[in-house]
Write a protein that binds this ligand. Sequence first.
Ligand code: NOJ
Length: 766
Amino acid sequence: MKKSISSILLITMIILTKGTIHAQDQLIKPEIEEKIDSLLALMTLEEKAGQLNQHNGSWDFTGPVPEDNEYAEARARLLKNGGVGSLLNVVGADATYEAQKLAVENSRLGIPLIFGFDVIHGFKTIFPIPLAEASSWDVDAVQKSARVAAIEASAAGINWTFAPMVDVGRDARWGRVMEGSGEDPYLGSQMAVARVNGFQTSDLSDPSSIMATAKHFAGYGFSESGRDYNTVDVGINTLLNIILPPFEAAAKAGVGTFMNSFNDLNGIPANGDTYLQREILKEDWGFNGFIISDWGSIRQMINHGYSKDLRQSAYHAITSGNDMDMESEAYQMHLVELVESGEVDIEMVDEAVRRVLRMKFLLGLFDDPYKYSDEDREDRLIYNDENRAAARDVAKRSIVLLKNESELLPLSKETKQIAVIGHLANDKDSPLGNWRGRGESNSAVSLLEGIRNAVGSDVEVTYAEGYTMSETNGSFSSPLNFPKDDGAGFEEAINNAKEADVVIMVVGEKALQSGEGRSQVDISLKGRQLELFKEISAVNDNVVTVLMAGRPIIEPELYEGATTLLNTWHLGSEAGNAIADVVFGDYNPSGKLPMSIPRDVGQIPIYYNFRSPGRPSPGPGDAGSVFWSQYNDMDNSPQFIFGYGLSYTEFEYSNFEVSAETMTMSETVEVSVDVTNTGSVAGEEVVQFYIKDHFATAMRPVKELKGFEKVMLNPGETKSITFMVDWETLAYYAADEQFKAEPGMFSLMVGTNSNDLMITDLELTR
Ligand code: NOJ
């Protein structure tokens, strides 16, 4: 993927004229590099290997632990000997202080540890799952979420999060789609940058900043059949243009670390992939932070059939560019002998250690190794009112209104009787979603509580569980082992529905039905939820259906049967209040789907930015023909398309204009459109901008998102929205793997979702 000299010159020119500096360059500070030189000169080979070794500090494991019963004892010894560079899962001002002391006050050189933790969508104040946050298309809100998470985590001794996960996901069977930003590389890049900025700020040494990790590098979201940890086979076009862009965006934003992935990519385990780690990340993108492996994954190269033993795994990992080993003990056991035997060059080890030390210096740990372990900050800053208010704000912005056929929503707060139905409605745990950091079990505001908080005592709010679900939240046991639902709760639910003016029925997934290791072949509603939904809909015309899940759910009968439907995902600590904000119109929903919702699992992978087949539709006069790219038994289209979402108001698009019909490589054109709020309430619209490259040396998608803007409009108000197009907007990694724009015809499209678009043409000339 080498860029041609001319394109490098052009890129440099554009970067210079825009006045931006590659944030990776800012990680290099001459005074720090000198200090690292001095330190490296003092270090023994064992101490160098120690810096590249990360251990779990508690038994909060997220994968198989090494089979060594004396592990805990050995760990303390290692810490004192300078044999550990970082700990994960040691949390709390006190615990991190104690661990840091072991390392700093006992080891020969006193090099501080960094403390890593999975702060994925909040630390203790839990924000919406990342897929939900991406539905907000609100970069400020997403940045704010990461900022609050960093403030809380750093107050508990943590200075490094394993987030954001920037894997593009096209397969909702894969449980980890909840942790990403959906199917689009552009939206994913914007979210990646927002999160990196929120975690790291512009000053990594600030005590409230924590280092971010772009993960999982690369291809993890493309695990075959949606099965977690499975093999990945993707072509170069998809790798360069779909999978890698959010990683590159994170690198450009100055992310301090990358985590490689569990999967193999086209036959090479990602953590042993020189092309990915050395050529693309470190050379092409100029990444100056360090790469960590995923949990135990260096060891797993043996299972991949890529190395014969742990020693060879260590060899593959270090030579291909993996700097730190998370919980495989491969570097700990074998790095020294690999160097001493001459198989691994000491310079390679020095380079990895330099990267780790660099980030420790930048975090300010050499100045004060205890700066994050501050009990006063811990008491004041975690889970306070301000943070919970921020979580509610982000949560309401993340809700997607999928249907509002009879304009039942927003409800009046004077509605006499509201029947809230469904196990998930009274569930204070599921809204926290998976990967909830230090979020306490059962601590979320349930939907039922949110509704009751919002209405006065004159409104009668009844509750019936209706269907049943398992109680396995918070544990690692399979959430699929639902006890059989004998339907005992149906009668009460149906009776409540009959008596109520309005029903709010909640269906979906428990927290741990999605997330790591939670792949499913059947992603419909489990148990008897759909059956109860139909019975409730038969007795009351005013049913607001709330879908609460960690992934797109496939349930056509629900989508077609519901007249009023909110997709809320798992919204975090303040879920119930945020849903009530939308239900009663205190906030006008503005979310848009970051991932298509399929009609059937057989359509997966399904995504809006596909490449056109040679037979995209029946030829003229060919009606009834089967010889085109279609299913004989179902539409090609998804149930709901990428970018889709409604509001309580209407937006009209007009005066769509492009400033020129042709453009050269050095010119810029402006695309503008007027957006008017034609309804009676204020609301935000996500104005979306797509392009299509009509013909190219490597095929391009039928459309691809290239910009969006979220705009607030009062009733009757019009705003003009402008998108700038330059050669980079039109560029991609072409057949020769170079990043360039190719002359020819393009379509420029603007609209409210990826389907309803106004189109104009632009010709790019040399
Ligand atoms: C495994 C997961 O794949 C990764 O995302 C996470 O950061 C590590 N475990 C550490 O918990």
